[in-house]
Design a protein around this ligand. Structure first.
Ligand code: PLP
Length: 370
């Protein structure tokens, strides 16, 4: 059997982003035991790195061995019990996924629906909180990958806190690309993914819980239905001085890669990384507007790392994206839900986020336009 050899790709879609040779090399180092004292030392370093990246002192901060959807699931099923009320804002695909998970956890969901392409409206959230004073938590997506919109996490978390609700924040696409300040926001459960602005391969999900959230978990009347997502059991492995207990076999090599990618991000500096994402976004705006391509999201709410643009007149979605892939080796994303077939999603995340890549894409798009 021939080994699989992936084609060279410039990953400018909604994720994964390109992974640096350094991170790939780190992942190729020899596997050691997941309870080896040396590996436990690496786990502690990764937790410290994640605290810096999330800007939090939260003790409970670790990478879940799973894609980010499971971090979403962990945050919600850990904090919700059957019969609880959850206020969930939806302005794209991922708010909808949160609502579905909360319903399956037995919660009564109050959906705050917002037009796709717009940020979550704090006034609508305030109204929903007033209408449901019994609600236990507010959940929303900080960086909506399906639309390219940034919502105001600081204001939304403040609304939750003032009303005594816990806040759950999805910043899967946010972390590393735009400011994320868990402690300043006083957010309670915040999770991310590795495959976006952290530029590590997909399959791990950094997550952090405030002390308030941990107290809420301890005060549960019912056990968490999911064995794997039971925070208390999981922390037997990720927490504690000295010996850690077996919970599951951690993806050792993937964690080498995450450590390397976080070292690169923190070595560059968070502010510098955010500025790099802004600069690449500005270049993309300049180049695409020069081709007559319009952006979907109002300027002040755009995510620099995930750009949505209207398909130009006469351009077919799937065939032209296929040409970008086949002829230029560039992957971009199509629209989802009501935006399917109408928009393109262009990611400038992590390692991919370089001016020369923006120029390469702009030239390729110019070549496929009719
Ligand atoms: N939340 C957001 C905002 C996302 O963009 C994604 C993936 O694109 C997810 C959650 C789910 O992540 P995963 O595909 O790693 O499960």
């Amino acid at each position: 059997m021939n080994a699989f050899s992936p084609p060279p790709r410039l990953l400018m879609g909604p994720g994964p982003s390109n992974v640096s040779p350094e991170v790939l090399a780190a992942q190729a180092r020899p596997t050691i035991g997941h309870l080896d004292p040396s590996f436990v030392g690496l786990m502690d370093r990764i937790k410290d790195q994640l605290r810096l990246a999330f800007r939090t002192d939260n003790r409970v901060t670790f990478p879940l061995s799973a894609p980010a959807s499971l971090a979403m699931e962990m945050a919600l099923v850990t904090l919700l019990e059957p019969g609880d009320t959850a206020i969930i804002a939806q302005n794209g695909v991922f708010g909808g996924r949160m609502a579905e998970i909360a319903r399956r956890a037995g919660a009564e969901v109050r959906l705050v629906s917002v037009e796709w392409g717009k940020p979550v409206d704090p006034e609508a959230v305030r109204t929903s909180i007033l209408e449901a004073p019994q609600a236990k938590l507010l959940a929303f997506v900080h960086a909506e990958t399906s639309t390219g919109v940034r919502s105001d996490a600081a204001s939304l978390c403040a609304l939750a806190r003032e009303a005594g609700l816990l806040s759950v924040v999805d910043t899967v696409t946010g972390l590393g690309g735009i400011p994320v300040s868990v402690d300043e926001w006083q957010a309670d459960a915040v999770y991310a993914g590795t495959q976006k602005c952290l530029s590590a391969p997909p399959g791990l999900a950094p997550i952090t819980f405030s002390d308030r959230a941990v107290s809420a978990v301890k005060a549960r009347k019912t056990p968490i239905q999911s064995w794997f997502l039971d925070l208390g059991l999981m922390l037997g492995y990720w927490e504690g001085e000295g010996a850690r207990s077996y919970h599951h076999t951690a993806p050792v090599n993937a964690l080498y890669g995450l450590h390397e990618s976080l070292s690169r991000l923190l070595g560059e500096g968070l502010e510098t990384a955010w500025a790099r994402h802004r600069a690449a976004h500005d270049r993309l705006v300049e180049r695409l507007q020069g081709l007559g391509i319009a952006f979907v999201v109002d300027k002040e709410h755009r995510l620099p790392q995930l750009n949505t643009v209207w398909l130009p007149e006469g351009v077919k979605d799937v065939p032209e994206r296929r040409r970008l892939l086949d002829e230029f080796g560039i992957e971009i994303g199509g629209g989802l839900g009501p935006l399917a077939g109408r928009i393109w999603r262009i990611g400038l995340m992590g390692e991919t986020c370089r001016i020369e890549n923006v120029d390469r894409l702009a030239e390729a798009i110019a070549a496929v336009l009719p």
